[in-house]
Write a protein that binds this ligand. Structure first.
Ligand SMILES: C[S@@+](CC[C@H](N)C(=O)[O-])C[C@H]1O[C@@H](n2cnc3c(N)ncnc32)[C@H](O)[C@@H]1O
Length: 386
């Protein structure tokens, strides 16, 4: 498990106590890059209204770091863990305390370097996806960040580029660096090329420095007060005891739904930017196994057990869980079974319906599965017995 630490720098005055409108400048960092199956910010934010000053918050399946961002808004220290490096890089960006100018200056200084990128991917996909000059600049920044990504400006720039690496072409100034593509997931090379050819879509010549500068001014215009915390890329079934200076009092999380295997393959282009191969990766490394219901439940149980070992007595565990239509299982049964197998002291207090959220359905649609009925999500509340 490797991670990035952020020191506490601010005061806890002036915290966000009411969630403003989604596009409010103070919330923009949370939307720096989309991620599948992210839960809405208001969910962890609302849960944490009862937290006390100094309470540590953990999300062992942190995804894009929504729980960590909610904790930051409340002035609470937090840790996020995810085995997907793309999730880890986005979540780490949720902790940064930077100005737009710091990110812009860093980007310009990288682009001014004389050193040519050593590895510019070739082939039909790359020729159609990016204009040669845009790809050249992306590769220059990629290679710099692969060697240096420890300062907050570097972590911020990396998160920002992940968010604009691919997406729809805009009518006026570009927001994204690629040819026409969805922003939430990267299309597989063959079908992307087929689509671009069919619609005669040529890659736009995007000015990387200018696009990053405009985006940095938008995302980092106003940030919440910084808080202490860390993001680890690793398997939560192997979570180590030293991930925070104090035991956690809150665990707010959303495990992968049974059958959701494509976190990395659908983020293959972002994964390439982080040092992965220039082709689709089908790795399931560090993911909860989905081959059978039993293995899945046992995987979750391991996480609940490890998590209990780093929590304070009376810690609260709040889990949002559902199912994808193509592998519909009763989320309540799976979750309760995993907690019971964990036998770690988590006592279930309540299970509430989280409503007929379209989330499961949306996930399935995005992943190319057939759309079924929207699946009911649940919120489970448990307490760690003393
Ligand atoms: C439902 S998503 C979490 C989304 C998150 N709540 C958000 O708002 O972005 C589940 C996450 O669990 C991660 N994951 C799956 N197995 C894992 C494991 N064994 N250890 C750590 N993370 C894991 C996946 O990579 C995925 O990012």
């Amino acid at each position: 498990m490797h991670g990035m630490y952020f020191e506490y720098k601010g005061s806890t005055d002036n915290l966000v106590t009411r969630l403003p409108n989604r596009s409010a400048p103070v919330l923009r960092l949370n939307a720096i890059c989309p991620y599948y199956t992210m839960f809405p910010l208001r969910f962890p934010f609302k849960v944490l209204r009862r937290a006390q000053k100094g309470d540590w918050v953990l999300d062992p399946f942190c995804g894009r770091g929504t729980t960590n961002f909610a904790a930051r808004l409340r002035g609470l220290p937090s840790v996020g863990i995810d085995s997907n490096p793309v999730a880890g890089a986005i979540a780490a960006a949720k902790f940064v305390d930077v100005t737009p100018e710091e990110v812009i200056d860093l980007c310009n200084s990288i682009l001014r370097r004389k050193k040519h990128p050593e590895d510019i991917p070739e082939g039909e996909f790359w020729e159609f996806c990016y204009h040669p000059s845009t790809l050249f600049d992306i590769c220059k920044i990629r290679e710099y960040l692969l060697e240096n990504c420890s300062t907050e400006a570097e972590i911020a720039l990396r998160g920002l580029i992940l968010g604009i690496l691919h997406g729809p072409k805009m009518k006026n100034l570009p927001t994204y660096l690629s040819n026409q593509m969805p922003r939430t997931y990267a299309t597989k090379p063959k079908s992307a090329v087929r689509f671009w050819k069919k619609h005669d879509l040529k890659p736009p010549k995007v000015d990387v420095a200018d696009t990053i500068a405009r985006r940095a001014k938008y995302v980092f215009e106003q940030l919440p007060l910084p808080t202490q915390g860390a993001v680890y890329i690793g398997d939560s079934r192997l979570l180590s005891p030293n991930i925070a200076p104090e035991p956690f009092r809150w665990v707010i999380t959303s495990p992968p739904y049974f059958g959701m295997r494509s976190y990395l393959p659908d983020q293959w282009l972002r994964y390439w930017f982080l040092g992965g191969p220039s082709t689709v990766t089908y790795s399931l490394e560090g993911q909860i196994p989905h081959c059978s219901e039993d293995e899945f439940v046992r995987g979750l149980a391991n996480v609940w057990k490890r998590v209990a070992s780093v929590c304070a007595p009376n810690a609260r565990l709040i889990v949002r869980f559902g199912a994808i239509p193509s592998a519909a299982r009763d989320p309540k049964t799976l979750l309760k079974k995993s907690l019971s197998i964990a036998s770690a002291g988590w006592k279930v207090a309540t299970i509430k319906n989280a409503g007929l959220s379209p989330r499961g359905r949306r996930q399935a649609g995005q992943f190319g599965c057939s759309l079924g009925k929207a699946v009911e999500e649940i919120d489970l509340y448990a307490v760690l017995e003393e």
